[in-house]
Design a binder for this molecule. Structure first.
Ligand code: IGP
Length: 265
């Protein structure tokens, strides 16, 4: 079984537990009461690189990354440093996240918030909106047949902007065919956990005009953000390097400045 399959098995078990505790009707009512979702696209389309800064405690590839006792304060530092959006990993078993983290971050920051999880069921889209997310990650690799288009449609219906993630040219083609305009490339192969940032360089030219290009994973420092930018990234999503930096606010600022200075010159 691949790493991804093992993760998805746990995700589905956890999902069924939550579904038995909170009926869909209740989530829908909470989503209806939530303030409307923010549109992240204007900030992503501004000149210069945008950063999505991630709240990430651990990962299957690296184990424990950071304690993060107060995810809201971390998110506030990200926003103060200039992050265009904050990503919150809500997967529990492998990443140590929760919907409580999403609630806490949502309550603190005014920038758009991404629910980062392994979304395979409409219930999770309703959860994302009920807990105040503005964007939701949809991974093409785990959404067969019409499920990708169905979940994208539901995202739009509830006001969420789907960030549709690929790792191969075939996956990217499915994302584009389904109508995705916020296109992510994960440099990490979730079946093996190997990271290769040049995957973004190969896939970015295949993206249609007008798409917003998001480079995800594998950033160790400002030079990597600058390289993604040179390869055509509008947005770079960074987790580990920021949660480990010791000064997330300054790091976000440095990432943005370095990339913009290098690409302008
Ligand atoms: O910590 P990194 O290498 O900066 O990566 C962040 C982010 O891209 C990564 O967490 C991620 C990208 N796509 C995902 C899908 C599920 C879980 C996690 C991810």
């Amino acid at each position: 079984m691949s790493v991804l399959d093992a993760i998805l098995e746990g995700v589905r078990e956890d999902l069924e537990r939550r579904r038995s505790e909170t009926p869909l009707a209740e989530l829908r009512a909470r989503a209806a009461d939530a303030p409307p979702a923010l549109d992240p696209m204007p900030a992503f389309l501004e000149p210069g690189v945008s950063i999505i800064a991630e709240v990430k405690r651990r990962s299957p590839s690296k184990g424990d990354l950071a304690d993060i006792p107060d995810p809201a304060s971390l998110a506030a530092e990200y926003a103060a440093g200039g992050a265009a959006a904050v990503s919150v990993l809500t997967e529990r078993r492998r990443f140590g996240g929760s919907l409580a983290d999403l609630d806490a971050v949502r309550a603190r920051v005014e920038v758009p918030v991404l629910r980062k999880d392994f979304i395979v069921d409409p219930y999770q889209v309703w959860e994302a909106r009920a807990h105040g997310a503005d964007l939701a990650l949809l991974m093409v690799v785990s959404l067969d047949g019409s499920l990708l288009a169905d979940l994208m449609g539901l995202c739009r219906e509830v006001g969420l902007t789907p960030l549709v993630e690929s790792h191969t040219a075939d996956e990217l083609e499915r994302a584009v065919d389904a109508g995705a305009t916020l296109l992510g490339v994960n440099a990490r192969d979730l079946t093996t956990l190997d990271v290769d940032r040049s995957v973004f360089a190969r896939l970015a030219p295949l993206m249609p005009e007008g798409a917003v290009r998001v480079a995800e994973s594998g950033v160790a420092g400002p030079q990597d953000v600058a390289e993604y930018r040179r390869w055509g990234a509008d947005v770079v999503l960074v987790g580990e390097a920021l949660v480990r930096s010791g000064d997330p606010r300054a790091s976000v600022g440095r990432f943005i400045e370095t990339a913009n200075a290098q690409v302008a010159s």
